[in-house]
Design a protein around this ligand. Structure first.
Ligand code: FAD
Length: 520
């Protein structure tokens, strides 16, 4: 009997489900042609999607292009804007000082590690501004491209801010109308297995049974298959990253000419941090905090005070808030038998650095690119997948924790974050290395590393990290310093050029209502 993999069933119609459907369906011919894959997505008419998740990585451009969506249509339909990184306020200390993590690496990063020269001569300036011209665009809310720049190309690297509900709706329309994905609106009521333990089919409350060869669990936090059926363990990471609650609010602009921020603003608070993102029609704001350190009422007051400071008292008093509880952590494994969990079903850690959707993109891309031809190949692929994604989760956790351990803030939440017991050994070891050797390319083990060494540099030196020990002087020190001075001078020139030529985020998005970006 053939056990070829031809029939993929995805449970869940949130961003994870539809992104996975799009990536897989865009990779293979459709079953309708007799030689391809059948992709079916089932979503409940009763269980709502989580409806948040508004910041993406630059990887989303590659994903949207891969699935054949036009960037102009995406921007218009999803109330989306351009994001060029994150600006952190008040993280390093409670003086409110800021630093950024832009999406572009330092200029000439392949040839030059900028840290030594920065520490030797430039510490009166901010690290990010010294090494990366993109940062100059943040302050004036400038766009990464012009209207004449083709779709998905940019003068600087960028991702998006978007409306999560509209994004899922656009993906659904595109997947069903252009990519041959079958949508089923029904509740999964039972899961039937084969004698060997693989999933055979799903029973629903309003359709025939759905048979499949591979099942993708995008059913949200409760993980209908990975948890409900297979009971795969959950690794709770609250001992390292304490945040477990968010209060979100959609905040209107004071008037329609208000600037649209071209980065996420992340402002540290006494027991967490507030995100603030700019969409064309509103801001998305929210406070992510630890319920061990602050009550819901205090947290809501904190968010409203922030909105009042950055908007008006009337808006702060009138916004509707929504509380979302989550358990920070992830599954022990993600692919078990013929079932892979993606999105919230696989795990979730606070949205600092917006790493959730990119994990879905990476996961679905690996499933599509390494799809086993036959069931007999699946356990080999699933092992590779689990190894890769366990590594990725650990790396995300280390990177997010880094934002906390370098802070000198004195509230109990921040002090607890610096307690050695809460810091993973892997991060402690990296910090010990960085005490005398700054991160550079030797940090990355995989080609598609989620956080390259440039990201670590922006956080470390943005937060004022200084080496504890010095290395012997490099043989070519003088040449390296001269080259760094030239590079940093070029960064200043590039920053001026970008500021002169880039339109504001709002101006470009207004133009896009009338004109399309060129397709290539
Ligand atoms: C506060 C917060 C902020 C976030 N911010 C970001 C961010 O800035 N960037 C980012 O990348 N990510 C962010 N995320 C994460 C992001 O929201 C999610 O990763 C993303 O929305 C994917 O969710 P999902 O599709 O896995 O789950 P959901 O949206 O919960 O979808 C679950 C789907 O499963 C279906 N379902 C469930 N049970 C059944 C059943 N029995 N039968 C049929 N269907 C069923 C539901 O109907 C629904 O369609 C954030 C998350 C939170 C909590």
């Amino acid at each position: 009997m053939s056990s070829a993999i031809r029939n993929i069933v995805i449970i869940g119609g949130g961003s994870a489900g539809w992104l996975s459907a799009g990536i897989i369906a865009a990779t293979y011919a459709s079953a309708a042609d007799g030689v391809g894959l059948r992709v079916t997505l089932i979503e409940s008419p009763d269980i709502k999607t989580i409806g948040v998740g508004e910041g993406t990585w630059p990887s989303m451009r590659r994903t949207l292009k891969r699935i054949g969506l036009s960037e102009t249509d995406f921007l218009r339909f999803c109330d989306a804007s351009f994001k060029q990184g994150t600006e952190f306020h008040g993280w390093a200390s409670d003086t409110g000082a800021s630093y950024t993590h832009p999406f572009m690496p330092p200029t000439d990063f392949d040839a030059l590690n900028p840290v030594e020269a920065y520490l030797a001569e430039y510490t009166k300036s901010r690290f990010d501004q010294t090494v990366c011209p993109q940062v100059a665009l943040f302050a004036d809310n400038l766009a990464p491209k012009q209207i004449t720049t083709p779709e998905y190309a940019g003068s600087t690297n960028y991702g998006y801010h978007l409306d999560a509900g509209k994004f899922a709706a656009l993906l659904q329309k595109h997947c069903t109308e252009q990519l041959g994905v079958t949508q089923v609106v029904a509740n999964v009521t039972a899961v039937l297995c084969k004698p060997n333990g693989d999933i055979d089919r799903l029973k629903t409350d309003r359709t025939d049974d759905l048979n499949g060869d591979l099942f993708i669990d995008c059913s949200g936090t409760h993980g209908l298959l990975i948890n409900g059926l297979y009971n795969i363990g959950f690794i709770d990471r609250a001992d390292t990253l304490f945040n477990n609650r968010a209060i979100a609010a959609q905040t209107p602009y004071v008037d329609e000419t208000d600037p649209i921020a071209s980065c996420t603003h992340s402002t540290a608070q006494s027991a967490g941090w507030i995100w603030d993102i700019g969409l064309p029609t509103r801001r998305g704001t929210g406070y992510v905090f630890s319920t061990q350190h602050q009550s819901d009422d205090e947290a809501e007051r904190t968010l409203r005070q922030y909105i009042e400071r950055t908007s008006t008292a009337a808006i702060a008093a009138s916004v509707q808030t929504r509380a979302i509880a989550f358990e920070p952590g992830h599954r022990e494994i993600f692919w078990h038998r013929n079932c892979v969990a993606l999105g919230m079903a696989a795990g979730f850690i606070e949205p600092l650095e917006a790493s959730a959707l990119v994990l879905v993109e990476l996961g679905a891309t690996m499933i599509a690119d390494e799809l086993p031809a036959d069931r007999s190949d699946m356990d080999r692929v699933s092992k590779r997948y689990n190894d890769r994604f366990q590594y990725r989760w650990d790396q995300i956790i280390d990177f997010l924790k880094l934002h906390y351990v370098l802070s000198t803030r004195t509230e109990p939440y921040w002090v607890d974050h610096r307690h050695p017991r809460s810091i993973p050994e892997s991060l402690t070891s990296l910090l010990q290395t960085w005490a005398y050797r700054p991160p550079w390319h030797h940090e990355g083990y995989h080609k598609d590393e989620m956080f390259p060494s440039a990201s670590y540099q922006y956080v470390l030196y943005g937060m004022g990290f200084r080496p504890a020990r010095t290395m012997p002087q490099h043989r070519h020190h003088d040449q390296q310093m001269a080259s760094a001075r030239r590079t940093f001078a070029e960064v200043t020139k590039q920053a001026t050029r970008l500021r002169t030529h880039m339109p504001s985020n709002r101006a470009l998005l207004e133009t896009l209502k009338q004109h399309r970006l060129q397709t290539v």
